[in-house]
Ligand binder design. Structure first.
Ligand code: PEP
Ligand code: MG
Length: 578
């Protein structure tokens, strides 16, 4: 029976293959008392296990294929360093001697302590490095227990298969490289997990956080991964399979030809320069941005720094992350959006109890939450200001529904500037500030907002949700989610016109910007800046380069007069076949 399961797609693409479930097999760690006269022997057994662990990793290191991404090789170096670190080299030995216990128990005790410390860390990158500790500890324990460390015994049979595991270690991944694994699904992990980072580096489709998926899939069963749509289809029927084979083939053909566009300018046929920016959520996404030579970052969704943690990142931590992004962009502009927490982006931080952990799409989210709690917002404003001293930065405010909110941000920003001056810290005094147009109210008042700010950016994901009154995460009403609804198009048009009249740039950074089917219509409406997931940028560039904006006017005007989405869709076909 065909089944659709969900997770988080972290590396784009489609894969079709057979399921190979990697059972790690939970390790049972025995706890034994060791008599005094055998303590030295137990310590020697532990030391020998460390030697074997290093040896195993060196063998893997020696077999890293030439084209292996640096990220993966670096993980192996890290693991080797950890084995040599006193915390693993000496800590468990002290425990064996003091507690008179077996080596397996000693390394477990030490490992748990180290992991607890990592979990407390503020830096999300460092916090996820607890995975490294887990992998190293697991390797040593397996040696002590005489169990195979790598899944190498099964990895031999993996050609053409989709690996399904609780989690994968870097070593597993390196071995998989030799065996043409087509995709990875993991039950654990989020966008910063090892599996996610490694899958992105290997450029294979992957879905992480697919909880309990191993309960629903049998070994050898045919599955499809559509990591763009965050979906795993188990046992697809022939119709679905044929659809995905076609889809996959055309994607692969396209990818190959699109790559040639990377360094070509994004100009239209009538020589209009169109800026194609990338949307990012974490600094880890930067490698994707470089691969497509984006014009800069048009949307940095900073809320991801605040999610899945118990403590707020402080000003300095945020500053360091923004700095890393700015430096990596080498002079290209970076638009940092202030916190857009709430609604579908839950947070679990220790805030004043008056703030709920979850808020609805119409509730205390995004700028509303930030303005309500300056202790949450001001460190971010200061961090962005400080980062602005190091490159072209813009500050973007989400979910604006009236001018007052915008003015309040500008006032708070002023206060933050004064605070930084007192601390003798540098910032760009002319840091451009822009509003996102995500609510019908903001779109209707776009002219007013444009007169008070430096740029506008249309967030169509939310604009569609609020204009059409449909919760964007409620699958029951997803059939109503319609970018071509005449009301949505009119609000977009109004915003673009307001920007042109005020002489400020207008970009569009919702998913619509990354869908080539809408590119010509948006160009026809006068849009000159698009910001999207890097993986769709070259397709949009191809569309831009094949368009002549002068020829788009007549059909665009017809589209803007349409009364139904169906009518719009039929004109859209015409505009796309010009
Ligand atoms: C949008 O709403 O279009 C947008 C870009 O913001 P997000 O998807 O992060 O809500
Ligand atoms: Mg939004």
């Amino acid at each position: 029976m065909t089944l659709a399961l969900h997770g988080t797609g972290v590396s784009r693409g489609i894969a079709i293959g057979t399921a190979h479930i990697l059972e790690r097999g939970e390790l049972e760690i025995p706890q034994k008392t060791i008599p005094s006269y055998l303590i030295q022997a137990e310590i020697s057994r532990y030391q020998f296990a460390l030697q074997v662990a290093s040896q195993q990793l060196r063998v893997i290191q020696d077999h890293i294929p030439k084209h292996t991404p640096k990220d993966i090789a670096a993980f192996i170096d890290t693991h080797l360093l950890m084995i040599d670190d006193p915390m693993l080299k000496e800590g468990p030995i002290t425990i064996i001697a003091q507690k008179q216990c077996n080596a397996e128990h000693a390394i477990k005790t030490q490992g748990d302590q180290i992991i607890a410390v990592f979990q407390e860390m503020d830096d999300p990158y460092l916090r996820t490095r607890k995975d490294d500790i887990e992998h190293v500890v697991n390797r040593i324990q397996r040696i002590l227990l005489n169990q195979p460390s790598e899944k190498s015994n099964i990895i031999d049979k993996l050609r053409g298969q989709i690996i399904i595991a609780d989690d994968l270690s870097p070593a597993d991944t390196i071995l998989m490289q030799h065996h043409d694994v087509v995709a990875i699904i993991s039950e654990l992990g989020g966008p910063t997990s090892h599996t996610a980072i490694l899958a992105r580096s290997l450029n294979i489709p992957a879905i992480v956080g697919a909880k309990h998926i191993r309960q629903y899939i049998k070994n050898g069963e045919r599955i499809i991964i559509d990591s763009l749509a965050n979906v795993i289809i188990v046992d697809p029927d022939n119709k679905i399979l044929t659809h995905y084979y076609e889809h996959q083939k055309s994607l692969l053909r396209k990818q190959a030809s699109l790559h040639n566009l990377k360094l070509k300018p994004s100009n239209t046929q009538d020589r209009k320069k169109i800026a194609l920016y990338a949307n990012i959520e974490l600094p880890e996404d930067l490698s994707g941005v470089k691969k497509v030579a984006a014009s800069g970052i048009g949307l940095f969704r900073t809320e991801f720094l605040f999610m899945n943690r118990t403590q707020l990142p402080d000003e300095n931590e945020q500053y360091q992350v923004y700095l890393r992004v700015i430096k990596s962009l080498k002079g290209l502009p970076v638009t940092i959006r202030t916190l857009d927490l709430g609604a579908d982006k839950n947070f679990h931080i220790n805030m004043d109890s008056e703030f709920p952990e979850k808020s609805s799409a119409l509730g205390l989210r995004a700028i509303r939450l930030c303005l309500k709690d300056p202790s949450l917002f001001k460190p971010q404003l200061r961090a962005i200001l400080r980062a602005s001293a190091h490159g072209p930065v813009k500050l973007m405010i989400p979910m604006i529904s009236n001018l007052l909110e915008c003015q309040q941000v500008l006032e708070l920003l002023e206060t933050c500037k004064q605070e930084l001056k007192k601390r003798r810290l540098k910032f760009d005094n002319k840091l451009p500030v822009g509003c996102m147009i995500e609510t019908p109210a903001a779109a209707l008042m776009a002219q007013t907002l444009a007169n008070h700010t430096d740029f506008l950016s249309i967030g169509t994901n939310d604009l569609i949700q609020y204009t059409l009154a449909i919760d964007r995460i409620d699958t029951q009403v997803s059939y109503l989610y319609d970018p071509l609804h005449p009301a949505v198009l009119q609000l977009i048009q109004k915003t673009i016109k307001a920007g042109i009249k005020a002489g400020i740039p207008v970009s569009l950074c919702g998913e619509m910007a990354g869908e080539p089917v809408y590119t010509r219509l948006l160009l026809g409406m006068g849009l000159k800046e698009f910001s999207m997931h890097p993986s769709t940028l070259l397709e949009v560039k191809e569309m831009v380069r094949s368009s002549n904006t002068k020829k788009l006017t007549t059909l665009t005007n017809k589209i803007l007069k349409c009364e139904t989405s169906d009518e719009v869709a039929s004109y859209l076909q015409k505009i796309n076949s010009l």
